[in-house]
Write a protein that binds this ligand. Structure first.
Ligand code: GLU
Length: 477
C-alpha cells in the first residue's frame, strides 16, 4: 500500500519526528541542524551487459552521520528505491546505532532493481558492479562504511560484495569486515539471519516484563495467548512470528503479504504459511485459513499486537484512525508516517519504535564485524575451559547425590545442560538480549521520567540524539 500523497515524504517524516524530540532538548541550533541533515549521498549510474545489451542501473549510498566510524547500514534492492528513502533510512541508522550502543554512524544504500527479473548470474554481475563503484570511493570499507542486508538482499549478495572488496584490496587483512550479514562459511556469524526477528521477540519480552508499560497499552499477563498480526513474512516478519508463537505461546492470527492476507482466530502455522509462500509465490489459496485479497484491511483487525514488518508508510493518515491494535511494534523501518504517529498517540496506542524494535540486525552485525576484526570465533578460547570448570561442580554434586541416597538427586538433564559451554549462537543471543533489554530501559526511563514525553518514539529519539550530540561535543564541534 502506498502512503497518501498529502503526507510528507519518508525523509520528511523522519525529520518531523526528530524535530518533535529535539524541541524538548537544549541543543545549540547549529548542532541540532548538523545532526539532522544527511552528510552526503552518492548517486551512481552504471551499465552492465546483460542478454546482449547494456542496461543502466541507478544506485545510492547515503552517509547520514559520521560522528562514529565506520558508518553502518544495509543495502536495499528494490524498484522503489530512491534518494529520499535512502536518506531517511540512513538517518534512522544513526539513531538506531546510538540507541543500542553499536559504535557506528548511520548509512544506507539502495539499488533500483527488481531481483526477480534476473537470474543468479545476472544478479551477481549487477551486485559486483555496484559494489565496485562503492568500493573504489571507500563507500564500502571495514573502517569507513560497512553495508549489510536489507530488503531484497541477503547472505548471497553480502558474499559477493565481500569477495569483490577482497579482490580489489588483496592485502587488507581485515577485508572481511567490509560488510556484515555474510554466510557462515564466508566470515558470517551464527544468529545473524534470525537477528532482527529475534530482536523483536526480545523487545516484546522486555515490554511484557514491565507491568506499567503493559497497562499503558491496556494489557495484562504475558505474551502467551496474545493475538498477533504480522505484515510481511520476509526474513524479519517470519522470524518474529515463528519465535513469538513457538517460544512464547503467542497466536499469529493474521499474516499480510503482497497478494492478500490470511487470518484465523485459532492461530496460523507460521512454518506452513512460509513454506506455502516459498512454493506458490504468495498466500493465496493457502488451505488452512481464511484469505482476503484486501491485505491492508487486516491491519485494522482486532488483535493485541500488530507487527508491520514490510514497507514504510503502511500505517498513514488514511487508515491510522481505524487501527485497533493497542500495541504496535515496528519491525520494519518507518511503517508509521509522522501524521499517523500523532493520530495513534492521541488514541493511546503504544508504539515500540523502529529504531529500537528492529535494531537486532545491526546489533548482531556489530558482533560479526568484531568477530571479523578479531579473526576468531566467539567462544573458541573459553568454551572448553568453561565446561571443565562446570565438570568440577557436577562431580561434587554427583558425590552428594551418592551420599544422600534417596533423600536428594540431581534433576534429570541437569548435568547435560549445565556441562555444555556456550557456543557462538548462544553468545550472540545473549549479547542481543542484553542489548535489547538495556536499550529498552534507557528509552523507558525517559518515557516515564519526563512529564513532557508521552511516547516511546520521542523517548528513543531523545536518548539517541543526546548520545550523538555528546559524541560531536567530545570532538569539539
Ligand atoms: N538493514 C538492517 C537495518 O535496517 C541492518 C543494518 C546492519 O546490519 O548494518 O537495520
Amino acid at each position: 500500500m502506498q502512503q497518501p500523497v498529502n503526507e510528507p515524504t519518508f525523509r520528511q517524516s523522519v525529520d518531523v519526528m526528530f524535530n518533535r524530540a529535539v524541541a524538548l532538548m537544549d541543543l545549540p541550533p547549529g548542532l541540532e541542524q548538523k545532526i539532522r541533515v544527511c552528510n552526503a549521498t552518492y548517486t551512481v549510474r552504471f551499465g552492465v551487459r546483460l542478454r546482449g545489451k547494456i542496461e543502466t542501473f541507478t544506485g545510492y549510498r547515503s552517509v547520514h552521520s559520521e560522528h562514529m566510524e565506520p558508518v553502518k547500514g544495509g543495502i536495499r534492492f528494490a524498484l522503489s528505491v530512491n534518494q529520499d528513502e535512502v536518506e531517511a533510512l540512513a538517518a534512522l541508522m544513526t539513531y538506531k546505532c546510538a540507541l543500542v550502543e553499536a559504535p557506528f554512524g548511520g548509512s544506507k544504500g539502495g539499488l533500483c532493481v527488481n531481483p526477480r527479473d534476473y537470474d543468479d548470474h545476472e544478479m551477481e554481475l549487477i551486485t559486483r558492479r555496484f559494489a565496485y563503484e562503492l568500493i573504489k570511493r571507500d563507500l564500502i570499507h571495514p573502517a569507513q562504511n560497512v553495508p549489510a542486508p536489507d530488503m531484497g538482499t541477503g547472505e548471497r549478495e553480502m558474499a559477493w560484495i565481500a569477495d569483490q572488496y577482497q579482490r580489489m584490496n588483496t592485502t587488507d587483512i581485515n577485508g572481511r569486515a567490509c560488510v556484515t550479514g555474510k554466510p557462515l562459511n564466508n566470515g558470517g556469524i551464527h544468529g545473524r539471519v534470525e537477528a532482527t526477528g529475534r530482536g523483536v521477540q526480545y523487545a516484546l519480552r522486555e515490554f511484557f516484563r514491565e507491568s506499567a508499560d503493559m497497562e499503558a497499552a491496556g494489557m495484562k499477563g504475558s505474551l502467551d495467548g496474545k493475538r498477533v498480526i504480522v505484515q510481511g513474512l520476509g526474513n524479519v516478519g517470519y522470524h518474529a512470528a515463528k519465535f513469538l508463537s513457538e517460544d512464547d505461546g503467542a497466536l499469529i492470527t493474521g499474516i499480510i503479504e503482497h497478494d492478500g492476507a490470511l487470518y484465523s482466530d485459532t492461530g496460523l502455522d507460521v512454518e506452513a504459511v512460509r513454506a506455502w509462500i516459498l512454493g506458490h509465490g504468495g498466500v493465496k489459496d493457502y488451505p488452512d485459513a481464511s484469505h482476503t485479497a484486501e491485505g491492508a484491511k487486516v491491519l485494522e483487525h482486532d488483535c493485541d499486537i500488530l507487527i508491520p514488518a514490510a514497507l514504510e508508510g503502511v500505517i498513514n493518515l488514511e487508515n491510522a484512525e481505524r487501527i485497533k491494535a493497542p500495541l504496535i511494534i515496528e519491525a520494519a523501518n518507518g511503517p508509521i508516517t509522522a501524521g499517523a504517529d500523532e493520530v495513534l498517540n492521541a488514541k493511546g496506542t503504544v508504539i515500540i519504535p523502529d529504531m529500537y524494535a528492529n535494531a537486532g540486525g545491526v546489533t548482531v552485525s556489530y558482533f560479526e564485524w568484531v568477530k571479523n576484526l578479531s579473526h576468531i570465533r566467539f567462544g573458541r578460547m573459553q568454551r572448553r575451559q568453561e565446561e571443565a570448570r562446570h565438570e568440577l561442580i557436577v562431580r561434587e554434586l554427583e558425590r552428594l547425590d551418592r551420599h544422600l541416597g534417596d533423600a536428594w538427586s540431581m534433576t534429570p538433564n541437569f548435568k547435560q545442560k549445565y556441562l555444555r559451554g556456550a557456543d557462538e549462537l548462544e553468545l550472540v543471543r545473549s549479547g542481543l538480549d542484553d542489548t535489547m533489554r538495556i536499550a529498552y530501559q534507557s528509552m523507558r526511563e525517559v518515557w516515564h521520567g519526563r512529564s513532557d514525553v508521552s511516547d516511546l518514539r520521542t523517548a528513543a529519539y531523545l536518548v539517541a540524539i543526546d548520545r550523538v550530540a555528546s559524541s560531536y561535543r567530545a570532538k569539539g564541534l
